[in-house]
Design a protein around this ligand. Structure first.
Ligand code: IPE
Ligand code: IPE
Ligand code: MG
Length: 236
């Protein structure tokens, strides 16, 4: 599939949804108001990604390092995830979206963990866009958990391959992201998909996440389509 200007479409887009706090501060609002505003545009971005022909969309919503924030903000973010699931799951299910969770459910309250699991189970057979929510996700933790699995399963040293590790990451079965988008102008990976994004293209916008619109997604995709991916090889 190609963009209107003839470029390739990324099969998997991963987004570091950043800048909610600064968006709120600019408006004299509490940080949580920024987080709430940030979830409002997810529906539009999911629809747009689907329209463009993207098959996998991953959203980074809460990192393993975000536990270091004040507990009121952490609690608020947990509540926002819970509300998001309540509000959007049926709608996503109707759109044939398959939900996935990346990261550890352990650490969330049992109620929230169950809610996430139920949404994942409900939509598990859907065949449309896969929407992966990285919540309590850390790339290093993901690798640690994969290695623990290998050891627990008694996998021998000579059977430890890139494929064996990939198959035990929380993204197992998903293709690597082709394009990683970060909003709010920061230029770092912040422990997001550090294994999977080894050869992803990066696109950064100064726009804060609550202001991110389908047109920004189009800009990212169309720039992606013009890039040359060499994977260590040479130009054609
Ligand atoms: C991203 O927005 C959302 C999370 C990390 C949970 P931030 O809360 O990081 O917003 P800034 O970076 O402080 O503006
Ligand atoms: C990354 O944003 C995590 C999410 C968007 C969920 P942060 O705002 O937590 O990252 P740093 O601390 O600026 O690197
Ligand atoms: Mg931030």
């Amino acid at each position: 599939m190609t963009t209107p200007d003839g470029g390739r479409i990324p099969n998997h887009i991963a987004v570091i949804m950043d800048g909610n706090g600064r968006w709120a501060r600019q408006r004299g609002l509490p940080r949580l108001a920024g987080h709430r505003a940030g979830t409002e545009n997810i529906r539009a971005i999911v629809n747009e990604a689907h329209q463009i022909g993207v098959r996998f969309l991953t959203l980074y919503a809460f990192s393993t390092e975000n536990w270091n924030r004040p507990s009121l903000e952490v609690q608020g973010l947990m509540q926002i995830l819970s509300d998001f699931i309540d509000r959007e799951t049926q709608n996503l299910h109707r759109q044939n979206v398959r939900l996935r969770h990346l990261g550890r459910l352990q650490g969330l309250t049992p109620l929230l963990a169950r809610k996430v699991q139920q949404a994942v189970d409900l939509t598990g057979e859907n065949t449309g866009l896969t929407l992966a929510i990285a919540f309590n996700y850390g790339g290093r933790l993901d690798i640690v958990d994969a290695v623990r699995d290998l050891v627990a399963q008694g996998v021998g040293a000579d059977q430890i391959t890139e494929e064996a590790i990939s198959a035990r990451l929380s993204t197992a079965g998903m293709p690597d992201p082709d394009l990683v988008i970060r909003t709010s102008g920061e230029r770092r990976i912040s422990n997001f998909l550090i294994w999977q994004a080894a050869y992803s293209e990066y696109w950064v916008t100064p726009v804060f996440w609550p202001d991110f619109r389908p047109e920004h997604l189009h800009q990212a995709v169309s720039e992606y389509g013009r890039r040359e991916r060499r994977f260590g090889g040479l130009s054609e």
